[in-house]
Design a binder for this molecule. Sequence first.
Ligand code: HEM
Length: 494
Amino acid sequence: MEVAVVLLFSAFLCLLLHRLLRRRRPSHLPLPPGPRGFPLFGVLPLLNPDILGSLFRLSKRYGPLMYLKLGNRGTLVVSSPAAARAIFTTADAHFANRPPLPTASMVTYERQDIIFGTYGPRWKLLRKLCVTHMLGARPLADSAPIRREEVGILLRSLHDSCDAPVVVPDALMSTVWNIMGRVLLSKRVYEDPPEFKVKMRQVLAGNGFFSVMDLVPVMIWLDLQGFHKEVRDVHLQFDAMISKMLADHAASAKEREGRPDFIDLVMQNRTGSDGETVSDVNIKGLILDMFTAGTDPAKVVTEWALAEMVSNPEIMKRAQSEIDQVVGKGRRLEEADLPSLPYLQAICKEAFRKFPPAPVGLPHCTFEACEVEGYYIPADTQLFVNLWGMGRDPDVWEEPMEFRPERFLSDGGRGAENNFELIPFGGGRRVCVGKQSGLLLVQYMLGSLVHSFDWRLPAGEKKADMEEKFLFSLSKAVPLTVLLSPRLAPSAYM
Ligand code: HEM
């Protein structure tokens, strides 16, 4: 009863404030079309649990630039390649910020990281450090031996457990986290510290950076389920773990003399040419970004690609035979082989189209009111690009629900990328800073796995379960479990 009274009273207060504070729109231009929604909750009550599908269906009714209220946040939803082009090119400067979502702020040390960092000198310096010392072409080539060793460990362990069921996402997760741990901190992290995988899974599973409550401030205030307390607890535990890892890293600096890792290089270059500096908290935020956004999407899309391939044996066979022709069966696939494998690359593109790991990208936000394609966009409007919907739009793709890598064979997908039809890494100033690295990792892991093993589903199943779960990323609801048999000479697994 008390809760109901508080809710009603808060709703009344918010409505009153909304009316009082509502300024007249300083433009003769219309807002983009969109559904009207309800006070406080906006269109949330109109969306069914299939949020991505609901948004896409609404955009088919209202158009590819659709304005609506998600909770009480003004939101622009982009759902066509032409609209994405307009946003990420001519209007990009207006949308270069991120919205201050309360859950994300709590997790990212009050937005001291790159992903949710305010657009400005600090964010630029953090991005520059990443490109110069980890994700640009040269540092990426320098870290090739780490990827080679870690993928080798994965192949050996799968080889040793052949004929026992393998839970693919678990195997992939250990590989991507260990690669990232070694690049960042010279440390294989999956089992050391022992709580690492549990804590990181909690960070990713606790809805990661988003909560519906962020959209309706009165719900945060009430927080009846204690969701925010839970997120804060997980964050504090993550912080304690990372602080300890950084202290151990500093204590062992001498052991790495002459071969610094990424965190060593960041520590040595904390001040940018404009005098901007990176704090200890920024470094923790950076580590959080890398162990989440820098690992999970590659794992997720590789699992989806494998699920499609075990369900479509002709695609699997064609990929294996392409790799056999280039690599043979006497050795493992190397990163240097990838440019000679157009079909494998097309499979990765097709997986990114159908299963974009960040299905609505990451939210952008306008600094001030602006005009896009003849529409008025208010200040503080958050932006989502429905990559998932665009990848399944029959107006853009022929038979979009078919997994058909051939559609990218003629030009390697360049046309689709240039036309903003295939943009799994987002676009504009906030485009994914790990785009090259993510693409390389997916191609290398996927190619190595399909070359090294024959794949089958347990208990004679013909098709993998393809149900989707949308949390921080577009995960498989049922983890892919397979049986493997080796297909290379035994020495290739040594
Ligand atoms: C398969 C791989 C990946 C996919 C599909 C992916 C996708 C994305 C998307 C859609 C965004 C948002 C872009 C936007 O706001 O328009 C993003 C941002 C970001 N990604 Fe990735 N990503 C991948 C791999 C990586 C890797 C390997 C790293 C780092 C090692 C990384 C680090 C980041 C960071 C730091 C941002 C925030 C950029 C900013 O706000 O300035 N990602 N990613």
